[in-house]
Design a protein around this ligand. Sequence first.
Ligand code: C2O
Ligand code: CU
Ligand code: CU
Length: 423
Amino acid sequence: SQQANTFEATLHARPIKVTLTPEITTEFWAYNDSIPGPSIEVFEGDTIKITVKNDLPQPTTVHWHGLPVPADQDGNPQDEIPVGGSRVYTFTLPEGCAGTYWYHPHGHETVAEQAFRGLAGTLIVRAKNDPLVHLPEQQWLFSDLKLNSDGQIADNSMMDWMNGREGQFTLLNGSHQPKITLTEATRVRLWNACSGRYLNLNFPGCDVQLVGTDGGLMEKPYALEILLLSPGERAEVIVTPIQTATAMLQSFAYDRGKMGPKVIEIPRFLAEMGLTESKAPTLPSILRPLPQLGTATASKYLEYTEEMKMGSGMKFYINGKSHDMARIDLVSNAGEVEEWTIFNNSHMDHNFHIHGTQFTVVNYELDGDKRLPDYIGHKDTVNLRPYETVRIKIRQDLKGLRMYHCHILEHETLGMMGQLNVI
Ligand code: C2O
Ligand code: CU
Ligand code: CU
């Protein structure tokens, strides 16, 4: 219906025991006892009312990654729900925000741990007029699991804190190496909800068209062989099996300049795909007109750096500073278009994520060579190669405090985060 609805739900965050093998029972932290958390599906124009109950052993918040929600409803680290407490998050979804989002904790210095213990879920905003509504849909959320030899979730090692955590197991919708069936052209939504793992996905035996990025459909479909998703990023692809076969969904090795002893990276087997040969659909030549932001009238500059501190390990900075809840790093005017320049002055990949809005990439620059992005879409998270610069066009429409940070969650937790006040 064209009517605005109210969507109400409860997310109950608490520890659960999961039986992994007859011998091993592992404690996870989950929303509504489910790994990943319940999938939330709503429409543009809907008003959301979500009650969050915190029965975790530590304070938490829930952040609505990618969505333009009022700052005081966005799960900022300043607004923690105490242990045993609860709160209601409420916001109305504006027209034009249909896309592939997710929710996860964003407490003070606890994001990495709460995420790797299992707290994350998908949030899909549907458009009332969706040009791809006739296609069947699948949702693939990838997360990472690192267990100790006793089968319990491992704490972060020093290397995890430096490089971003990667587990022995990469899960798809909470399952290890599940079977997926594709019998016709399918719209697949993908989430990289891993703390530190980059996904470099191939789809053997399939034709793949990229149709959407973090914040919804792009203007035009874009043929794709490999899809790189850094932590936090999402995509929508049309996957058409072009042969009848059993194929392996893999993440290819990707060198992101990790520190420490060099390990030979090998492809990671993610799922078995049962394919039935079918025909690629004819997609509309314009999926949706992407609103243009216009000329930037303000600018910002961010630089990522690292420092090895004797005794306390690695430190990660933005503009030479570590996150401080009491400090405002940047100020923007609500409604003003800005160009942000982000320089990754480091030998490893980091990505950039900002709360409360979507941006578009203007260009990348490495060693003085500029290049345009391969495709234009709405993004809230973008990767930066070592020593690469990215320029983005961005506008924040809602006033209040917004976080921006590297979405390798260990780096975010260690302070590679800043605060923007929108006035
Ligand atoms: Cu996905 Cu600051 O978050
Ligand atoms: Cu976010
Ligand atoms: Cu980082």
